[in-house]
Design a protein around this ligand. Structure first.
Ligand SMILES: Cc1ncc(COP(=O)(O)O)c(C=O)c1O
Length: 360
């Protein structure tokens, strides 16, 4: 990541946006948050509600769908912990199904095997920026009367053959954590809903379960996207598609520079676009690669080295090593290489040469 290079050209506009919020003095549920909800809503053609972060977005989305104790939610084991944690936080049980080796996303055929009479929803994650197989997952959900929650924290702008992500399931969630492909300058999140009714419920839940701050109809949360964040994110929104395109260009350079001779490259399914929030390639020698890159001052990191079904917190669910072999393999071989909109072809060439040298 090179956050300064990405934001540098927008610095004046960000400063002006922050100043205007300070000048108006409206910091919570003010005009900037409302404007961001309108702009995201117009882009996706669905109502959107800002919340405090991407984790709360998931919790509130599940609550809005009335998912709770006694319910099972099928999700991917190869994700950030917040996905599974949100399911547990509403009192439901996360059920992990294996992933597709090419896209790293929930495999619809594996999800189908896990459906029981207690299953209430599917929670696919568009992991690293590659969309999950939404067409098949929506079909599966339709056949079994399940809700679909899209965890879109890493993938704003990604497209599937069926349309843009966050426009396909019942509800979708975003995170504006500063390193995301669509970032803010702190914690922030958003929930995008298929219906206005669901969006109303989300708005109630984010404000202590009240519509008017006077009458409280259910136990909710204090989880709003503040106006300073919203103002900054609004500056970034018009640049998102360009940033995503530049990330995709850098991904193409990795292939052209011959990274595929040394590592298994992330795939892009036919008809899908990838936002490359992270560029994760695989190697059984990833530690050697990571150490060699670090020696040259090149950042590389393991994301999700322990899949969710093997995390100590979920030991009570009874999974063992070997239960979800593809997720386990990706967790033990995946390595995130440098990826940001300001990466140059020379940078990519340097990384690939360093990897080639490390592997001898
Ligand atoms: C896939 C996924 N889901 C949920 C989250 C949670 O978002 P936040 O950090 O904004 O709470 C993240 C963020 O790291 C994420 O990567």
């Amino acid at each position: 990541m090179d956050i300064q290079a990405q934001y540098g050209p927008l610095r004046d506009r960000v400063d002006a946006a922050i100043k205007s919020v300070v000048d108006t003095g409206r910091f919570i549920l003010g005009p900037e948050g409302e404007a961001l909800e309108t702009e995201v809503g117009e882009r996706l053609g669905r109502p959107a509600a800002g919340v405090a972060n991407g984790t709360d977005a998931l919790v509130i989305a599940l609550r809005a769908l009335d998912i709770g104790a006694g319910d099972e939610v099928i999700t991917t084991p190869y994700t950030f912990y917040a996905t599974a944690e949100a399911i547990a936080r509403v009192g439901a049980t996360p059920v992990f199904a294996d992933i597709d080796a090419a896209t790293y996303c929930l495999d619809p055929a594996e999800a189908q095997k896990k459906i029981t009479s207690a299953t209430k929803a599917l929670l696919p994650v568009h992991i690293f920026g590659h969309p999950a197989a939404m067409g098949e997952l929506m079909e599966l959900a339709g056949a079994h009367g399940l809700k679909v929650v899209e965890d879109a924290a890493q993938s704003f702008g990604a497209v599937t053959p069926e349309g843009e992500i966050a426009t396909l399931g019942d509800i979708a969630t975003f995170s504006f954590f500063p390193t995301k492909n669509f970032p803010g300058f702190g914690d922030g999140g958003m929930v995008v809903c298929a219906t206005e009714e669901l969006a109303e419920r989300v708005r109630r839940l984010r404000f202590h379960g009240s519509k008017d701050k006077v009458v409280f109809t259910e136990v909710g949360y204090n989880s709003r996207l503040d106006d300073l964040q919203a103002a900054v994110i609004r500056v970034f929104l018009p640049h998102l598609d360009d940033w995503n395109a530049r990330r995709a260009e850098a991904a193409a350079w990795y292939a052209e520079e011959g990274l595929g001779d040394h590592m298994v490259l992330p795939a892009v399914g036919q008809g899908y676009t990838h936002t490359y929030h992270l560029y994760v390639a695989r190697s059984t020698r990833r530690e050697a690669i990571r150490d060699a890159l670090r020696e040259q001052g090149i950042g590389a990191a393991v994301y999700y080295g322990i899949p969710m079904h093997l995390q100590p917190v979920f030991a009570g669910l009874g999974y063992s090593e070997g239960d979800l072999p593809i997720a386990e393999e990706c967790a033990s071989t995946g390595l995130a290489l440098p990826m940001h909109p300001n990466l140059t072809r020379d940078d990519v060439g340097t990384v690939v040469s360093a990897i080639a040298a490390a592997l001898g």
